[in-house]
Design a protein around this ligand. Structure first.
Ligand SMILES: NC(=O)c1ccc[n+]([C@@H]2O[C@H](COP(=O)([O-])OP(=O)(O)OC[C@H]3O[C@@H](n4cnc5c(N)ncnc54)[C@H](OP(=O)(O)O)[C@@H]3O)[C@@H](O)[C@H]2O)c1
Length: 330
C-alpha cells in the first residue's frame, strides 16, 4: 500500500515522502480500516518534527485521526460488529496517513450517516478537547467569560460556537487584526489583537479589574504568560499546546497570593482516565454538537496522498483558512 513515511525527524516538507509499504493485518482485538480522509493537525506535524510529547520509532507514518471503512477484523466480537462500517479512526500511535491503518477495534467508532466524510475525518481530536476543557475540566458557567488564545484556530472557532450554545462568553486573542471581525461574525463576544498592547490590560478593560476565572492557551511564550496574568484570584489556565514553542513565565507571587493555577491538558491522557460509559457519553455529546453545527471544522483544501509535501506546507501557513485534509481513498 501507499503511505506517508518519515525516516528522520525534521521539517515536514523535507522529511515526509510517500512509499510502498506492507499492508498491515489486524491482530486480536484490532481492525483494519481502509482510510478515506485524515486531517493534517498541528500535533501530526509536531510528531514529524520530533517535538511531540510521545514519539514513534522510525521509520513512521503520521496521522492520529481520520475516517475510513473497516475492511478486516481480527479475532474479537467488537471487530466483527464494526466490520464494513464507516468509522472514526482514532489512532493513538499515528499511522493514518496511509491507504490502510490498523487500530484497536474499540477506537473505531461508527459514524452516523448524516455526518459527511470531511467532518467525520476531524470528529475526535478538536471536538473532544473543546468539550472536555469547557464542560468537564473548567466547567465554565453560563454568563461567565472564557479567555482563549489562537482563537482563530479550528478548535478556537469551535469554542466560540460552544460558548454561544452553552451560554458562556468567549474573550478571544488573535495575532492578526484581520481575524477580529471574522471571529465577531462567528459569535465571539470580544476579540483582542495581541498587537494592540499588553493582553492582560486589554482583558481587564473588557471583564473588569479582577480578571477571568477560566483561560485556555495553546500558544505559550508571551501570549500564554499574558493569559496567566489575566487570571482572577483562584483562576485556572489550561495549557494544551505549544504553538510558539516558547516557555511560559509564571510569576510565583501571582500563583501564591491568588491561588491561581496552571494545568496541562492532553486528550490522550484524559481519555485513558475516562470510564467506558463516560467515554460513550462524550462521543454522544460530540455527535449532538456536530449535528447542531457547533463542533464542525471549516475545511480548507483536500490533497491527494501524493501531494503530502504541499499539504504539510499548506497546513503550516499563517492565515490559512480551514483544515487541510489528506484523501487516502474514495
Ligand atoms: N492537548 C491536546 O490534547 C490538544 C488537542 C487538540 C488540539 N490541541 C492544540 O490546539 C491547537 C489548535 O489546534 P487546531 O487544530 O485548531 O489548529 P489549526 O486549525 O491548525 O490553527 C492553528 C492556529 O494557531 C495560530 N497560531 C499558530 N502559531 C501561532 C503562534 N506562534 N502564536 C499565535 N497563534 C499561532 C494560527 O493563527 P493564524 O490564523 O494567525 O495563522 C491558527 O489560527 C494546537 O496547538 C493543537 O496542538 C491540543
Amino acid at each position: 500500500m501507499r503511505a506517508a513515511v518519515f525516516e528522520r525527524f525534521g521539517e515536514p516538507t523535507e522529511v515526509l515522502g510517500v512509499r510502498d509499504v506492507a499492508e498491515p493485518r489486524p491482530g486480536p482485538g484490532q481492525v483494519r480500516v481502509r482510510m478515506i480522509l485524515s486531517p493534517v493537525n498541528p500535533s501530526d506535524l509536531l510528531v514529524v518534527r520530533g517535538r511531540y510529547g510521545v514519539l514513534p520509532t522510525l521509520p513512521a507514518t503520521p496521522g492520529f485521526e481520520g475516517v475510513g471503512v473497516v475492511d478486516e477484523a481480527g479475532p474479537g466480537i467488537l471487530g466483527r460488529w464494526v466490520l464494513g462500517k464507516r468509522v472514526t479512526v482514532i489512532n493513538n500511535t499515528g499511522g493514518n496517513w496511509a491507504e490502510y491503518a490498523v487500530i484497536p477495534a474499540r477506537q473505531a467508532r461508527p459514524v452516523p450517516s448524516d455526518i459527511p466524510d470531511d467532518q467525520a475525518a476531524a470528529y475526535f481530536v478538536n471536538p473532544a478537547t473543546v468539550l472536555a476543557m469547557a464542560r468537564h475540566v473548567l466547567k465554565v458557567r453560563k454568563g461567565e467569560w472564557l479567555l482563549q488564545s489562537a482563537a482563530g484556530s479550528t478548535l478556537g472557532r469551535m469554542m466560540i460556537r460552544l460558548g454561544r450554545h452553552d451560554g458562556f462568553k468567549t474573550l478571544n486573542v488573535v495575532r492578526r487584526r484581520e481575524a477580529v471581525d471574522e471571529l465577531k461574525a462567528l459569535g465571539a463576544d470580544a476579540v483582542i489583537c495581541a498587537e494592540d498592547g499588553p493582553i492582560e490590560d486589554q482583558v481587564r478593560k473588557i471583564v473588569g479589574s479582577e480578571g477571568v476565572r477560566s483561560a485556555i492557551d495553546p500558544v505559550g511564550g508571551e501570549t500564554g504568560t499574558a493569559l496567566f496574568r489575566s487570571l482572577a484570584p483562584e483562576g485556572r489556565l489550561i495549557v494544551f499546546g505549544s504553538l510558539s514553542e516558547q516557555p511560559l513565565q509564571i510569576e510565583s507571587r501571582l500563583m501564591i497570593a491568588g491561588d491561581r493555577r496552571v494545568q496541562g491538558f492532553w486528550l490522550g491522557h484524559y481519555m485513558r482516565q475516562l470510564s467506558i460509559p463516560a467515554a460513550l457519553r462524550l462521543f454522544g455529546e460530540i455527535t449532538a454538537m456536530m449535528r447542531k453545527k457547533v463542533l464542525t471544522s471549516e475545511i480548507g483544501r483536500v490533497y491527494p496522498l501524493d501531494e503530502i509535501t504541499e499539504a504539510a506546507r499548506h497546513a503550516d501557513t499563517v492565515a490559512r483558512h480551514g483544515k487541510v485534509l489528506l484523501r487516502l481513498s474514495d
